[in-house]
Design a protein around this ligand. Structure first.
Ligand code: NAD
Ligand code: UFG
Length: 337
């Protein structure tokens, strides 16, 4: 199949491009490089031996997206093109609503005009909201989000569901990711946040490589065994393979289908730091700081549905996640730059 990856030069999109190519699909990447860079395309080619078709375009721009559909017979769209920094979304809510909602509307409109009926969407565990009990199950529905980023995911899921209700030919697969970490085993692609990392694993790996002095662990008084928050970390390659299964499923099913992509096994912040230290034989300097606003004590996935229906389950464990993160970071101390 020919698959359009909107936002495909980013962290999850680039790994998905590699796995789609490995599975024999044709990949077209559309990205404005707002949070990535063109070097990613060279790396994908280096890993797979195949260069994806590439468009530098803002996915909010309808004529730019239409051109892609005019020049390529797209079977499935995967929509990764979003802004994702939770803290920034609180400071700049309009930027987040404009970018995340508009990219979704533009893609859906152009798909309709071009007769493309399959879309896979990058959603997030954040849509379960603040009150859902872990493990999260798909049938819980969407809850109350604590920040504009989360609300954009919540609203985009609603928009996609409504579009599928109105068009019986449309297939919408909502993938609710838990916490992706790690990198392709080649160490050629990985997570390359701009500025100070918001997320745990890139912060840890930047401490390891000497770009940051020490990690601050946000809170040690949560109601968990060691007092730090617990999350469902999954290897980005497993997540990428989940997309391969999802595009194949989208091509044969109609309507809206929702899947959690997680391992079902939570780890605390301290467990992650210790696992990284042990897997890579490196000391990570850290201190405890106050809680970060909006963090939930713990959540993880019930991933049974993805296993039963998509035939997907996470295969890589915490040691692989820590080792592959470090392999990427030590070979690319300054990311792609
Ligand atoms: P990322 O920032 O690395 O990738 C997103 C890509 O989209 C970037 O390359 C960026 O340049 C591009 N982009 C953004 N707006 C665009 C626009 N208007 N036009 C064209 N390109 C645009 O992020 P990621 O971690 O790869 O996440 C991909 C998707 O998955 C996002 O929608 C994110 O919200 C979602 N998600 C990520 C996580 C996570 O922990 N990484 C968790 C849950 C959901
Ligand atoms: N943490 C630290 N120090 C840091 C960074 C993070 O202690 O410097 C802690 C956080 O407090 C949290 C844990 O590490 O307890 C994980 O934090 P991340 O920021 O890596 O991940 P989150 O679970 O907060 O958020 C992620 C994605 C969001 C998504 C959310 C729910 O970044 O996009 O999962 O799916 F919305």
């Amino acid at each position: 199949m020919k698959i359009l990856l909107a936002g495909g030069a980013g962290y999850i999109g680039s790994h998905t491009a590699v796995e789609l190519i490995r599975a024999g699909h044709d990949v077209v990447i559309a990205d404005n490089y707002d949070n990535s860079c063109p070097e990613v395309i060279n790396r994908i080619e280096k890993i797979t031996g195949i260069r994806p078709v590439e468009y530098e375009v803002d996915v909010k721009n309808k004529s730019g997206v239409k051109k892609i559909f005019d020049e390529n017979l797209i079977d499935v769209v995967i929509h990764f093109a979003g802004l994702k920094a939770v803290g920034e979304s609180v400071q700049l809510p309009l930027k987040y609503y404009r970018n995340n909602i508009d990219t979704t509307l533009t893609l859906l409109e152009v798909m309709e005009e071009s007769g493309c009926n399959n879309i896979v969407f990058s959603s997030s565990a954040t849509v379960y909201g603040e009150d859902a009990p872990a493990p999260y199950r798909e049938e819980f529905g969407r809850g109350k989000c604590s920040n504009p980023y989360g609300w954009t995911k919540n609203m985009m899921e609603q928009i996609l569901e409504d579009a599928a209700k109105a068009n019986p030919e449309l297939s919408v697969v909502l993938l609710r990711y838990f916490n992706p970490i790690g990198a392709d085993a080649t160490g050629l692609i990985g997570e390359d946040p701009q500025g100070v990392p918001n997320n745990l694993m890139p912060y840890v790996s930047q401490v390891a490589v000497g770009r940051r002095e020490k990690l601050t662990i946000f809170g040690d008084d949560y109601p968990t065994d060691d007092g730090t928050c617990r999350r469902d970390y999954l290897h980005v390659t497993d997540l990428a393979i989940g997309h391969v299964k999802a595009v194949e499923y989208a091509d044969r099913e109609k309507g809206t289908n929702i899947f959690n992509l997680g391992t079902g096994n939570p780890y605390s912040v301290l467990e992650i730091v210790n696992a990284f230290q042990e897997a890579n034989d490196i000391k990570i300097k850290y201190e405890f700081g106050p809680r970060r606003e909006g963090d939930l004590p713990e959540f993880w996935a019930n991933a049974d549905k993805a296993k039963e229906i998509l035939g997907w389950e996470a295969k890589r464990g915490i040691v692989d996640m820590c080792r592959d993160t470090w392999n990427w970071q030590k070979n690319n101390p300054n990311g792609y730059r």
